[in-house]
Design a protein around this ligand. Structure first.
Ligand SMILES: NC(=O)c1ccc[n+]([C@@H]2O[C@H](COP(=O)([O-])OP(=O)(O)OC[C@H]3O[C@@H](n4cnc5c(N)ncnc54)[C@H](OP(=O)(O)O)[C@@H]3O)[C@@H](O)[C@H]2O)c1
Length: 339
C-alpha cells in the first residue's frame, strides 16, 4: 500500500516521503482493517511532524502520521459483532488510530464508528479531530467553573478555526454563550457571516479588549479557550475574573506565553492544557460513544465547521501541506485515497 512516512522531526518537506509499505496483517480478535478514503490535514499533524509534541520516533526509525479519518471496513477479526455495524463494506470513522496517512490501517473495533448515509466523506473526515477537543474543552470549562457560559460568555480565540466553529455549535446546543475573537477584520467579517448571532471581535482593533468587555456586558470572563498562546495570553488574563480559567489547547503564536504571576495569584486564575491525545485515557467508553454520536449529529445538522478548501490525492501530500499553511485558505485540506 501507499503510505506517507515521517523519518525524523522537522520540516515536512525534508522528513516526509511517499513510500510503499506492506498491507496490514489480517485483523486479530477485536481488530478491524480499514481502507482509508479521506483524512484532514490539521494543525496537530503538522505540530507532531515538526517535533513540537516532544515524542520519540518508534524504534524502527519512522512513523506514518495521522490518527483519524474515514474509510471502508475491509476485514474484521474474531469477536467483532456485526450488530455493531462494523462489518466489511461499511463506511466508518476512526479515532485515535495511528497510521491514517496510509491507504490502509488496522485498529481496535471500539475506536471505529459506522457513518450514516448522507454524511459525506469530506465532513466525516473532519468530525472527530474537531469534536473530540471541543467536547474535552467544554467539560474542562464546566469542571473549572460549573456555570461557565451561562451568565458570562466563554471567549474563543482563533474563533474562525474549524475547532472553534465546532465549539460554537456545540456550546449553543448546550445553551452556552460564546464570544469569538479573531486576528483580522477580514476574519471577523467572515465569522459574523457564518454565525450572525455570535459577538465577534477582531484583535487587530486597538480597543479589542474593551470590545470584549462590552460584549460580555461589562462582566469579567470566567473561561477563555485559547489555541494561540504567545504574547496575547497576558491580555486575555486581564479579561478574567477571580477564579477564572484559561484553557490552552494549541500554540499558534510563534513566541512563548509571558505572564505576570502576581496577577494570576491575586485573582486565583487557573491555567489548564487540554489535549485530544488524552481522550482515550481520560474519558469513559460510554462518554466517548456519546461524543462520537453527538459529533455525527452535528455533522449532519451544521455545515459551518466543515468547509473544504481542497482535496489532494495522498501522493500529493506535499502540495496539501503547502495549501494548509496558505494565508488565504478557507476550510479544511483533505488527503484522499481510493486503492
Ligand atoms: N489540543 C488538541 O488536542 C487540539 C486538537 C485539535 C486542534 N488543536 C489546535 O486548535 C487550533 C485550531 O485548529 P484547527 O484545525 O481548528 O485550525 P484551522 O481550522 O486550520 O484554523 C486555524 C485558525 O487559527 C488562526 N490563527 C493562526 N495563527 C494565528 C495566530 N498567530 N493568532 C491568532 N489566530 C491565528 C487562523 O486565523 P486566520 O483565518 O486569520 O488565518 C485560523 O482561523 C490549532 O492550534 C490546533 O493545533 C488542538
Amino acid at each position: 500500500m501507499k503510505a506517507i512516512v515521517l523519518t525524523g522531526f522537522g520540516d515536512p518537506a525534508k522528513f516526509l516521503e511517499l513510500t510503499t509499505l506492506p498491507d496490514p496483517a489480517p485483523p486479530g480478535p477485536g481488530e478491524v482493517v480499514i481502507r482509508v478514503t479521506a483524512r484532514s490535514v490539521h494543525p496537530g499533524n503538522l505540530a507532531m511532524i515538526r517535533g513540537r509534541f516532544n515524542i520519540p520516533l518508534p524504534a524502527d526509525g519512522f512513523l506514518v502520521p495521522g490518527a483519524d479519518g474515514v474509510g471502508v471496513v475491509e476485514a474484521v477479526g474474531e469477536g467483532v459483532d456485526p450488530a455493531s455495524g462494523v462489518k466489511p463494506g461499511e463506511r466508518v470513522i476512526f479515532n485515535p488510530s495511528p497510521g491514517a496517512w496510509a491507504e490502509r490501517l488496522k485498529t481496535r473495533v471500539e475506536l471505529v464508528t459506522p457513518v450514516p448515509d448522507g454524511l459525506s466523506d469530506a465532513v466525516a473526515a473532519q468530525l472527530l479531530p474537531n469534536a473530540v477537543i471541543a467536547f474535552l474543552l467544554l467539560r474542562a470549562a464546566q469542571r473549572a467553573v460549573p456555570d461557565a457560559g451561562r451568565e458570562t460568555p466563554i471567549l474563543l480565540t482563533a474563533a474562525g478555526s474549524a475547532v472553534a466553529s465546532f465549539l460554537t455549535v456545540a456550546a449553543r446546543r448546550r445553551g452556552l454563550k460564546v464570544i469569538g475573537a479573531v486576528r483580522s477584520t477580514r476574519g471577523a467579517e467572515a465569522l459574523s457571516a457564518r454565525f450572525p448571532d455570535v459577538a465577534v471581535v477582531s484583535t487587530a482593533e486597538p480597543d479589542w479588549i474593551d470590545q470584549i468587555r462590552r460584549a460580555a456586558s461589562g462582566q469579567p470572563l470566567q473561561v477563555i479557550m485559547d489555541p494561540v498562546g504567545g504574547a496575547m495570553a497576558s491580555d486575555l488574563v486581564r479579561l478574567l475574573g477571580d477564579g477564572g480559567a484559561l484553557l490552552f489547547y494549541g500554540g499558534l503564536a510563534a513566541e512563548p506565553v509571558a505572564l505576570g504571576s502576581i496577577q494570576l495569584a491575586h485573582h486565583e486564575i487557573m491555567f489548564k492544557g487540554v489535549s485530544s491525545a488524552r481522550w482515550l485515557q481520560t474519558t469513559s467508553a460510554e462518554q466517548r460513544r456519546d461524543d462520537v454520536a453527538e459529533a455525527i449529529e452535528i455533522g449532519r445538522a451544521a455545515p459551518e465547521p466543515f468547509e473544504v478548501a481542497a482535496s489532494y490525492d495522498l501522493a500529493r501530500f506535499a502540495e496539501a501541506i503547502v495549501h494548509m499553511e496558505r494565508a488565504d485558505r478557507h476550510g479544511a485540506v483533505l488527503l484522499t485515497s481510493n486503492a
